[in-house]
Design a binder for this molecule. Sequence first.
Ligand code: FES
Length: 161
Amino acid sequence: MESSEIDAIIKRYGAKESAILAILQDVQAKEKYLPKEALEYLGEKLHIPLNKIYRIATFYRAFSLKPRGRHEICVCMGTACHVRGAQRIADQMNLQLGIRPGETTEDQNFTLETVYCLGVCAAGPVVAIDGQYFGKMSPGKVEGTLKKFRSDKKEGLNGKA
Ligand code: FES
């Protein structure tokens, strides 16, 4: 991330310590993670000790210090999905992608996460990819669903078929 891009974000919220959370959110939204160099630059510009910025960055689950994949997969492990076989979906994701929750594939295409309710329990088990929901999932549907994102075609409960 160019320093000029960070400067533009700082300008939006003001070069003050109280703006750090909003600034980090914008950096995260742009880069999909918080690069070390960006945090160091922010520390200098806003006169905030680096360890304080890291404390904030690690406190909020929305922030990541590691690069994220282009596509974010959330397998719901909430009760309603769990009783309908969410674990088998998570296992199949693991098998197909070779990563566990919290990890990103080597080609940076996918990051796998688990969540505890996506709010559409009746459609369980549910998987969300980039915010698009796929309901009534089964291990057999995992490969086909991932394929849509491997070729960047999008389809889901709340998307167009
Ligand atoms: S428990 Fe999975 S959507 Fe609610």
